[in-house]
Design a protein around this ligand. Structure first.
Ligand code: CP
Ligand code: NVA
Length: 305
């Protein structure tokens, strides 16, 4: 048995592989819109383990798998033995013996790593406390779709140094762009990740300076899933970090802004930007479907002899 490929962070794929997945995603988007029959993976099963809530991720993986001719199975810790303490390693051995691919959304990143180590089929990280690589595929697809190649461009991340911010650090490396991060003190991304990417990532506490001339401005919620108790305290500390028209006035004239959603209008992003008629945020959400179909196809083909 060959060791399966996994997608736990963007670093699991080479830059060329990531570009190939995105090119295929754009192709699949066109095919889907044209009504092409895409059922090339009949009988294929995706196990989806969700220890946290989701709208986009669940709908895109489940719809995507159906469109590819396969089936997606929703598994939550509440209804499986995962929630009653069955070891991750045992669960990985058993579940992967019955399905063709597994997608996991959970808390600690070590959980997806342990699952992957004991899985006989590809494992996809559908969000952990540390990374959200599937969202980055959709974000990069959206950026390319609207503005062309991203290499050499500048991205500004404003807000929490969370799983999305850390995925942008990996994206800066894999897609070859400059990343300027503006976070309130105490909410920076992991120091070792910053240290490993010092050549293309800068950190500050000044959103306007970070946004100056940027081609893309990105933000996310101030309190992620699992941090609900800190919501109010964070809201106070993050006030100066809202992405709004004033902040966008510092960015390049044709700059895009993105948000992985769900969003809180009037907190991390203004209602004006969320509801603007030319926002690409809805394309960004839709592209989760196309990007992940291309990702699943890549992983499933990598399993074929
Ligand atoms: N952006 C994202 O992952 O959304 P969901 O939490 O709804 O899946
Ligand atoms: N940072 C957010 C992203 C949600 C898609 C969270 O982890 O809750």
């Amino acid at each position: 048995m060959t060791t399966p490929r996994h997608f736990l962070t963007l670093l699991d794929f080479s830059p060329d592989e990531l570009q190939a997945v995105l090119a295929r995603a754009a192709q699949m988007k066109r095919a889907h819109r044209a009504g092409t029959d895409e059922r090339n993976f009949a009988g294929t099963v995706l196990g989806m383990i969700f220890a946290k809530s989701s709208t986009r991720t669940r709908v895109s993986f489940e719809a995507g798998m159906a469109q590819l001719g396969g089936h997606a199975m929703f598994l939550s810790p509440q209804d499986t033995q995962l929630g009653r303490g069955e070891p991750i390693e045992d669960s990985a051995r058993v579940i992967s013996s019955m399905v063709d691919m597994v997608m996991i959304r959970t808390f600690g990143h070590d959980i997806v790593e342990r699952f992957a180590r004991h899985s006989s089929v590809p494992v996809i990280n559908a969000l952990t406390d540390d990374y959200h690589p599937c969202q980055l595929l959709a974000d990069m697809q959206t950026w390319i779709e609207h503005r062309g190649p991203v290499a050499g461009k500048t991205v500004c991340w404003v807000g929490d140094g969370n799983n999305m911010c850390q995925s942008y650090i990996n994206a800066a490396r894999q897609f070859d762009f400059e990343l300027r991060i503006a976070c309130p003190p105490g909410f920076e991304p992991a120091a070792e990740l910053l240290a490993a990417n010092r050549d293309r990532v800068q950190l500050s506490q000044d959103p306007a300076a970070a946004a100056r001339g940027a081609d893309l401005v990105v933000t996310d919620v101030w309190a992620s899933m699992g941090q609900e108790a800190e919501q109010q305290q964070r809201a106070d500390q993050f006030q100066p970090y809202q992405v709004n028209a004033q902040l966008m006035s510092h960015a390049a004239a044709d700059a895009l802004y993105m948000h992985c959603l769900p969003a809180h209008r009037g907190e991390e992003i203004s209602a004006e930007l969320m509801d603007a008629s030319d926002t690409v945020i809805w394309d960004e959400a839709e592209n989760r479907l196309h990007a992940q179909k291309a990702l699943m196809e890549f992983l499933l083909l990598s399993q074929r002899p």
